[in-house]
Design a protein around this ligand. Structure first.
Ligand code: PYR
Length: 363
């Protein structure tokens, strides 16, 4: 029996636990899941496969989810609408890509600049009240959302020339994920949205001057280092981007309580697997990139400060104009304040001590 006791909030639990161990004898169910990401990215696309396998394993193959990379049955950025209308049962994507529908969608997946990091976002979502708030928002789009991956703090991306001051960013055409564009345009950049599979060509052809996707492992696969030598960090606009499983509400409600619990648990497995995979794969990729000539650079402090101010001015404007944004923002920002306090103590002091040991070749 598969107990319906996963992370406590992610899906509605069955009303009562069964009295005796039971074998799941549910109906045969077939879902189609379309991803925003290409198959080559086994990290971020991989979450769809982890999810589908876990669902199949838990139901003895009775609940099958066929997984489709970007463009196979739905274009990369068409997956939200396709799940909303029921053209497919599920999408694997990130809600911040769809901020054009409502800026609040950027808060639902932790996709705002200077937001929560990956661990803090998972805490907000599962234990801090984020699940209920984001479910309320996604419900208005006829979708049920599940946390289904996190990238951790991303890299700031690839540039053809050095960035010394905020002035060097003026007019730079830059591919950035989702809501980041709202802030980058405020600091003089020209943000361009495009799915992962289109970035390399845009960089190579000069349609964009620079680009970011996630971090070393994905970026190496996408080949950005072949076109732009300067690799900046940190990606202050993506501190803990959460990936989402978005399920059509009618399709979800048609499931038995057991199958609902299985969807919940499978999404949670995919969620934890993604960040573990990124953390396991990124260091070796980073070493390969640097050995191949990539120039690793921190963003100058003045760039970070300029962006921080611009982001918070934007947030205040949205607070004044969009009540759905404000409801999530106030909650998430109060949570951020406490998280920064707590993480600054144990986590940051331990990390900085260990980094000192690393820099002195003692690890
Ligand atoms: C991006 O598209 O930039 C992500 O981080 C997923």
């Amino acid at each position: 029996m598969l107990a319906a006791c996963g992370p406590r909030e992610q899906a509605a639990a069955p009303a009562a636990a069964p009295a005796a161990p039971a074998v799941i004898t549910g109906e045969t169910v077939r879902w189609r899941l379309a991803s925003t990401f290409p198959r080559a990215l086994d990290t971020i696309w991989g979450a769809a496969e982890v999810f589908a396998k876990a669902v199949s394993d838990a139901t003895g193959g009775k609940f099958q989810v066929s997984t489709h990379p970007a463009g196979e049955i739905v274009p990369a950025m068409g997956v939200f609408d396709a799940a909303q209308t029921g053209a497919i049962e599920a999408a694997h994507t990130a809600t911040y890509f769809f901020f054009g529908k409502d800026d609040a969608l950027a808060l639902a997946n932790g996709g705002i600049s200077f937001g929560l990091n990956g661990r803090q976002m998972t805490s907000w979502f599962f234990e801090g009240g984020g699940l209920a708030l984001s479910r309320e928002l996604l419900d208005t789009f006829n979708l049920v959302n599940f946390a289904c991956g996190n990238t951790g703090v991303q890299m700031g991306g690839w540039f053809r020339r050095e960035i010394r001051t905020p002035a060097d960013l003026q007019g730079l055409r830059f591919r950035a994920g989702g809501f980041a564009g709202r802030v980058l345009e405020r600091i003089g950049m020209v943000p361009l949205a495009m799915p992962a599979g289109e970035i390399y060509q845009a960089l190579e052809r000069g349609t964009v001057d620079g680009a970011e996707f996630v971090g070393p492992y994905d970026d190496e696969k996408l080949g950005f280092h072949r076109v732009a030598p300067f690799y900046y960090y940190p990606g202050f606009w993506e501190a803990g981007t959460q990936l989402d499983l978005l399920v059509n509400k009618t399709a979800f409600n048609a499931l038995s309580p057991e199958y609902k619990a299985i969807v919940n648990q499978a999404a949670t497995l995919a969620h934890t697997t993604m960040l573990a995979r990124y953390d396991a794969l990124n260091p070796a990729a980073l070493k390969r990139l640097v050995a191949g000539g990539t120039r690793l650079m921190p963003f100058p402090r003045a760039v970070m400060d300029t962006a921080f101010r611009a982001a918070h001015t934007l947030y205040e404007e949205l607070n004044a104009t969009n009540p759905r944004w404000k409801k999530l923002y106030d909650h998430q920002i109060a949570f951020r304040r406490d998280q920064v306090l707590w993480h600054g103590l144990a986590e940051a002091s331990f990390d900085s001590y260990m980094q000192l040991q690393g820099r002195n070749n003692r690890l």
